[in-house]
Ligand binder design. Structure first.
Ligand code: BGC
Length: 766
């Protein structure tokens, strides 16, 4: 039996283009979120219902509370499928267990819960985002999914599409960028790739969880329409395109209710408006109630040991018996889980363990993502690409002789090839579950291999004098700078940590032919920008990062990444210059640091997910104008805008035509006007309405590879939701008729071609 899609019938797709008039009313009620109520009736749903009808109450309750797999408490002692989570099956009905692994960037094993088990490590998700290539996002997801299958995991905790609202977000590296359309398209492709392996992917973290500090207690405050037009639009698009089997609700509160007991988010938006037929699993330690959560639309408690008590076990059974939670709601929870299992293929084609992994092919995919995602930010007098004949090269930077940095937290992968640097992180409490890992991919070795005739000098940079000396004797300097980010902690400043700015300044003052290679988890400040010759943003470049960097530096690969996030010019340029709640978070962390490290294998292990921080509000005043839209609205000039990135060649845009292929169509020609082959990412921005108040937002992009002199006609169709306003009273997208300003450019705020698109006023269901 083959099924191409996880949703055999997706009501939301059919409804997408349907005008509102004539469709059924959308009143919120208790049944609004049930699979039956959203009109899903297909093979998988019927099969799920048939299974549910044969299950006992205890079997159903067992399926909706899942364990923290890290403790392996519920696994057989010899079972190797130790990951973040474990869900119960029903063997007598052939319902398999759920083996869940974190997998944002590869099959995670940061804290070595499967001793010695390695996997292919992709670059950070920001690098995938920077590729602006959905087919590459799909291939990355497909690679991770294939390794999951080979290790026996059938649910991947992947698909992070939270918008990077704050440039200092600790988890920015796990997300795709700051724009809804871009994150939705790229995230959907990644999820579809994961699920092409007949396993389930989540999409996470639903919703408005861009901040790590106080994530378990913070209340995100934002108007409903702004939320629908920004973060939720990214989820809406990614869910339509990727069709993930599960949605993971986040830790934080949204407008007063915890996301995992937020009836508006789960029942009204996700399950009713979007007709989502899969299941909602909680984040680990994000459940706070039984009846409230169950009635609001939570379908499964994950990592139940991390909650203050188990909410969906015995308490849920009692709630069903007393009628506080209707039996039909419990049946719907289980139906949703089983439906996704059936649709993904878990019931017919289960993942088997110990299958061989094509490590070489997978490493090549990781390398390709790194090469396509790196962003060339500066290149004075064509310092790059370096001539393979460069005689004397100085390589400077801590660990640049052996490895490349990766981000911290649940996404951390121990990569094939090894982790030559594996450092504990100070902080105590939850931070004791984080390691700072580097992948064994030596930039120095890769540069040496690429320039065999050159004299290479290496200095760690710890001793500035020694580094300056190396720079003085070199024709060209390549200096590696890094900024580590991790889940659970935001960065307090965008300045490069330690002595790195001083080091770069000193080196560049000695030798202006200095190339700075940044390994960062998001934007950083560059006070030395005007003094250096070139800057390459390499993100966390994954397990082939060293090779990918060398290939870009020497021009084997023409850089084509574009920034998926705005790089601010100063710490106080973004909407929240300071991290909300930071003082309290730091005080609590100082207390936590005095306590012994958390031992997840101890039988009396308890974790305080609040970290000892009292609840606080985060007000998202920028509303839907996230990232570059905030800069435009407030007339600020960032260091580098969203969408920016240089190439070793140049591109020309011409012949913009609107409306030729339908009301929403945009077409134009891209020409490689330089002398080298390369890829470009032309971007289409639109400003709805003609009152001059709205900002230009991204409505389309396409990565295009062109030989020198070659031209390609690009035809895009704008999704009306990207320019619509969300009408919260009618719960519809409302497109104001009239001319819409269209710009084709190379980055946000750039205008190469411009025209007005005439569209009729219309309303669309979500
Ligand atoms: C993270 C999730 C992750 C889960 C399981 C949580 O702390 O927020 O992204 O999937 O842990 O490890």
């Amino acid at each position: 039996m083959t099924r191409k899609f996880l949703f055999a019938s997706c009501a939301s797709m059919a409804m997408l283009a349907a005008p509102v008039n004539g469709l059924h009313a959308q009143a919120a009620d208790a049944s609004g979120g049930a699979v039956a109520a959203v009109g899903v009736s297909d093979f998988d749903t019927e099969r799920a219902r048939a299974l549910v009808s044969q299950m006992t109450l205890d079997e159903k309750v067992a399926m909706v509370n899942a364990a923290f797999g890290g403790r392996a408490r519920t696994l057989r002692p010899d079972d190797k499928r130790v990951g973040a989570g474990h869900g119960f099956g029903v063997p007598r009905l052939g319902i398999p267990e759920l083996f869940e692994s974190d997998a944002s960037l590869g099959i995670a094993n940061g804290i070595d819960m499967r001793p010695g088990d390695a996997a292919t490590a992709l670059p950070s998700a920001l690098a995938t985002g920077a590729s602006f290539d959905p087919s590459l996002a799909y291939r990355g997801g497909a690679m991770i999914g294939a390794e999951a299958r080979s290790k026996g995991f059938n649910v991947l905790l992947a698909g992070g599409v939270n918008l990077v609202r704050d440039p200092w977000g600790g988890r920015a590296f796990e997300y795709l960028g700051e724009d809804s359309w871009h994150s939705g398209v790229m995230g959907g492709a990644h999820i579809a790739g994961v699920q092409s392996n007949r396993i389930i992917s989540t999409i996470k973290h639903f919703a408005l969880n861009p901040q790590e500090s106080g994530r378990a207690v913070a209340n995100a405050v934002i108007p409903e329409d702004a939320l629908r037009e920004s973060d939720l639009l990214a989820f809406e698009i990614a869910i339509e395109r990727g069709r993930p089997g599960s949605v993971m609700c986040s830790y934080n509160k949204v407008n007063g209710d915890y996301a995992c007991e937020n009836a508006n988010l789960l029942n009204d938006v996700l399950k009713r408006d979007w007709a989502y037929p899969g299941w909602v699993m909680s984040d680990w330690g994000a459940v706070h109630s039984t009846a409230k959560a169950a009635l609001a639309g939570l379908d499964q408690e994950s990592g139940q040991e991390l909650d203050t008590q188990v909410f969906f076990g015995a308490p849920l059974k009692a709630a069903v018996q007393s009628g506080a939670v209707p039996q039909s709601r419990l049946d719907d929870m289980v139906t949703r889980i089983l439906r996704s299992m059936s649709a993904a293929g878990l019931l017919d084609d289960p993942a088997v363990q110990d299958e061989p992994i094509d490590q070489e092919r997978h490493a090549a995919i990781a390398q390709q993502v790194a090469e396509q995602g790196m962003v060339l930010l500066r290149n004075e007098r064509n310092l790059l690409p370096l001539a393979a004949t460069a005689r004397r090269i100085a390589v400077i930077g801590r660990h640049a002789d052996k490895a490349v940095l990766s981000g911290g937290g649940s996404s951390s992968v121990r990569s094939f090839g090894g982790t030559p640097v594996d450092e504990a992180v100070p902080g105590g409490g939850m931070m004791s579950l984080v390691r700072k890992l580097y992948h064994a991919s030596s930039p120095l070795a890769a540069i040496r291999a690429r320039a065999p005739g050159a004299q290479l000098a290496y200095a760690s940079g710890d001793d500035v004098g020694q580094a300056v000396e190396a720079a003085r004797k070199a024709d060209v300097v390549i200096i590696f700078a890094e900024q580590w980010r991790s889940e659970m902690v935001d960065v307090e400043t965008l300045a490069l940590p330690g002595n790195q700015n001083a080091l770069i300044q000193a080196v560049a003052a000695t030798n202006p032919k200095t190339v700075v290679v940044l390994e960062t988890g998001g934007p950083v400040l560059m006070p030395w920008l005007d003094q250096v010759g070139a800057v390459l943003e390499a993100w966390y470049p994954g397990q082939r990062g060293g090779q990918a960097i060398a290939r870009i530096l020497f021009g084997d690969v023409n850089p084509s990444g574009r920034l998926p996030v705005t790089f601010p010019a100063s710490d106080d340029q973004a909407p929240r210059p300071q991290i909300p709640g930071l003082a309290a978070v730091k005080a609590a962390a100082a207390e936590a640091a005095k306590k012994p490290p958390v031992d997840i294998n101890s039988p009396d292990f308890v974790i305080d997910m609040t970290g000892g921080v009292a609840p606080f509000d985060i007000v998202y005043n920028e509303g839907a104008d996230v990232g570059y839209r905030w800069y435009q609205r407030t007339n600020r000039k960032p260091l580098f805008p969203f969408g920016f990135g240089l190439s070793y060649t140049s591109f020309r845009y011409s012949d913009l035509k609107l409306g030729e292929g339908g009301e929403w169509s945009v077409a134009f020609t891209v020409t490689n006007s330089g002398t080298l082959a390369g890829a470009d990412v032309p971007q289409v921005y639109a400003a709805p309405g003609s009152d001059g108040n709205s900002v230009y937002r991204l409505v389309g992009f396409q990565k295009v590879y062109l030989q020198p002199g070659e031209s390609r006609r690009i035809a895009l169709s704008i999704d009306p939701r990207t320019v619509a306003a969300f009408d919260t009273a009618q719960r519809v997208w409302s497109v104001r008729g009239g001319p819409i300003g269209i710009r084709v450019g190379r980055y946000a705020g750039d205008t190469v071609l411009t025209a007005k698109l005439n569209v009729a006023a219309t309303q669309l269901r979500p």
